[in-house]
Design a protein around this ligand. Structure first.
Ligand SMILES: *Cc1c(COP(=O)(O)O)cnc(C)c1O
Length: 403
């Protein structure tokens, strides 16, 4: 019997989260067990993080090997795992230079600072405006939360950093009207995650690319959630066929070990001169050896080509469930980042579905009050998909029947 209980959360921890009643203690593949040995299927993936499931042998092996040799140096020294990870990320993408940090918020902070500094170096301080989008999510530091487009997350934290404009997503005319010589960057999630699983159109991303080129502004893709194989391409920019100047990656990059990477060109990177930015832990050997192992597994045809058939199997199942219990209006997202948006009559009830799924032994996520979000492992077995769909059907039936 464990002496650690869920009540201790309220007793000892800050109340900014509202964790589930159960405490998971062990995971393997797409399955997780709680303190009472009850088994759950994990379609939440630690919020689109554990892209190779729990305890993948290549990833665990990398961590254990590195733990036995060298954990930490700081950036007074470089280290072999960081250099190796930077090299493989450059070889697989548009990038020529990589900056490492420990989370999505931190690499976005670096990206936004770099965009400002790059514009400053070429044009002076007037060119500082960042254009971002309503409902976007870029992290919780004061700068990243301000570039994010959800006012509830900045309320009460002012004064906020200035020079940030928010526009509706996928509105090419609004973007054309807003980009000016003062714009230093356009920042966008190719697929908005927290904001409700909304994909950018290819035309919109292409227009953003063109407008940035015309105004000497940088195009920044936040791929913290939609990158690293989620779409079936290594990064979403490759899926959409539009190349940014800066790309940020985290979440699935470490499959649960905290790490983030900012990718960019040599020309843009040149503005991060010695001393302009940094992090004590960023690029530490443990994180980088784990990420290199993750990268090596995800960036293979076996994993990337497995995303589309898994999506099809899941979407077919969702449509079957909705045929019996018609609560949902549409399936959104790309690859294995799936948003199931409630119909108008059921708006606001995504969390009820999440709770009912938990009762049935299935982890799912929400993306706002109206969207059930699924972010399973990219290598989830067919049998686990089928069982997850059975559990989800019982959960949806329970919410449907509660009326
Ligand atoms: C989760 C997320 C972040 C923030 O990442 P943290 O690791 O929580 O700081 C930033 N951008 C997007 C798109 C995300 O989904």
């Amino acid at each position: 019997m464990s002496t650690v209980t869920r009540e201790m959360y309220d007793q000892f921890m800050t109340p900014n989260y509202s964790p589930a009643k159960i405490i998971p203690v062990r995971g393997e593949g797409s399955r997780v067990w709680d303190q009472d040995e009850r088994c759950y299927i994990d379609f939440a993936g630690g919020i689109a993080v554990t892209a190779l499931g729990h305890g993948h042998p290549a990833v665990v092996g990398a961590l254990k090997r590195q733990a036995d040799s060298l954990w930490h140096l700081s950036n007074v020294f470089t280290n072999e795992p960081a250099l190796e990870l930077a090299r493989i990320m450059c070889e697989a993408t548009f990038a020529e230079r990589v900056y490492f940090a420990n989370s999505g918020g931190e690499v976005n902070e670096a990206a936004f600072k770099l965009a400002r500094r790059f514009a400053y170096d070429r044009h002076g301080g007037e060119k500082h405006e960042i254009i971002a989008f309503n409902d976007a999510f870029h992290g919780r530091t004061l700068f990243t939360v301000s570039v994010g487009g959800q006012p509830k997350y900045t309320e009460g934290f002012g004064p906020l950093p200035g020079g940030i404009t928010h526009l509706p997503l996928n509105d090419i005319e609004a973007l054309r009207a807003a980009v000016s010589k003062q714009t230093c960057a356009v920042v966008v999630e190719p697929i908005q995650g927290e904001g409700g699983i909304r994909s950018c159109t290819r035309e919109f991303l292409q227009a953003a690319r063109t407008l940035c080129d015309e105004h000497d502004a940088l195009l920044v893709f936040d791929e913290v959630q939609c990158g690293m194989g989620r779409t079936g391409s290594l990064f979403a920019y490759q899926h959409f066929g539009v190349t940014p100047d800066i790309l940020t990656s985290a979440k699935a990059l470490g499959c649960g070990f905290p790490v983030g990477a900012m990718l960019t060109t040599a020309q843009v990177a040149a503005s991060l001169k010695v001393g302009t930015h940094g992090s004590t832990y960023g690029g530490n050997p443990l994180a980088c050896s784990v990420a290199a192992a993750v990268f090596g597994v995800i960036n293979t045809p076996e994993v990337l080509d497995g995303v589309a058939p898994r999506r099809r199997r899941i979407v077919d199942g969702l449509e079957r469930i909705n045929g019996k219990f018609p609560m949902f209006a549409e399936v959104r997202g790309e690859g294995l980042l799936i948003g199931w948006a409630l119909a108008d009559d059921y708006r606001g009830r995504a969390r009820e579905v999440l709770n009912a799924a938990l009762d049935e032994g299935l982890f799912v996520l929400v993306a706002g009050p109206d969207v059930v979000r699924l972010a399973p492992s990219l290598i989830v077995p067919e049998a686990d998909i089928d069982e997850a769909l059975e559990r989800l059907e019982r959960a949806v039936a329970a919410v449907y029947g509660a009326d």
